[in-house]
Design a protein around this ligand. Sequence first.
Ligand code: GDP
Length: 432
Amino acid sequence: LPVVAIVGRPNVGKSALVNRILGRREAVVEDTPGVTRDRVSYRAEWNSRFFTLVDTGGWEPDAKGIDASVAAQAEVAIDLCDLVLFVVDGNVGATSTDEQVVKLLRRSGKPTYLVANKVDDVRQEPNIAELWSLGLDEPHPVSALHGRGVADLLDMIMKQLPEVSAVAKEEVGGPRRVAILGRPNVGKSSLLNKAAGEERVVVNELSGTTRDPVDEQVEIAGKFWRFVDTAGIRRRVHLQQGADFYASLRTSAALEKAEVAVVMIDVSQPISEQDVRIIDLVLESGRALVLAFNKWDLLDDERRRYLEREIELDLAHVSWAPRVNISARTGRHMEKLVPALELALESWDTRLPTGKFNAFLAELAQSHPHPLRGGKQPRILFGTQASSRPPTFVLFTTGFLDPGYRRYIQRRLREIYGFEGTPIQVNMRVRE
Ligand code: GDP
């Protein structure tokens, strides 16, 4: 999907605008400055067209480093989007921080709309004339709170928005696209350097911009792979605040572009909530998944016992993901990474023929029928695989299937067909 980013100083009403665009009624999610929210991108719709809305409002810098943090925030968002809504406070006018952001926006060459928020009343409109001084074309007055002007703004940006994101352009038949994910210091750059060696080719998708190269194409054992968003991995951003926000945004953006994710986990440390959250983002995105347990060289016997227990406890829900135990430093088992990626992608691409799938369902109905509910038994009439990448199945049934039974179907599908490394989805259409 095309990506629209909302950037601007704290308190100009970015979150209110996000809520307005998403059609949410509730007020701003968090009023406390500096509070980070996990979720930074949303699926939005306007006039039956979908786009991804990136909200930088969850990351409010503190007063001290305000220019630097706003700039860093804007830079990340700009990197990842097709179009920018730059929000200023229509009652305050342009500040020096705003001017800094404008410099970044210019450099990026991304289409930008200047949005003057908090213009609740038509009588305030003349005040925004001074915003022309920012050199960004016409300011668009809106009131995110009351909705004033927002529809016009959206109509306008939809005209400029590409059908498909230029940032996350999918190439059919090109090298497979891999995202390397993980919390800071798990060894992402180290893995990339080891995998890429001297052979990397830098790919700059955003021609005509002066941004860092985005992806790297690497030949491994005679085959090309494309590591997406390596600029995000290599470019070190040192931020006290906003680090979580930055990481979530990077993760979401990389997933958007990737087909398969390698989630790296540092075995020298306990598996953390953040590790699990990153894995959940992968599941949500429907991408294939490989788990790379890194820093294996640091593992002693005691830590190893704990690790296995943590994996059982925290990662049981992704026990289907291929697992490689590597050391990006020493190169241990690095050669196992590519076969794991290939396995996961093959599963992700799988299409079960309808006949085969229905034979599977018939066998299931025999050996393990759905439990009776209120004297009735929901039956599966027919099933088909609606799509791959990831494999998504639809069941036509005579009643709702219990969640437990749906999980059982998934488990059986995995037992019989493998599907190692890919999430699978089982949906229902109930026919009364
Ligand atoms: P990133 O933040 O995920 O990109 O992590 P880096 O690749 O920068 O690695 C963070 C630190 O961990 C660096 O000091 C690396 O040298 C170190 N490191 C990375 N992989 C390994 C490994 O397999 N074993 C050990 N012992 N250290 C590693």
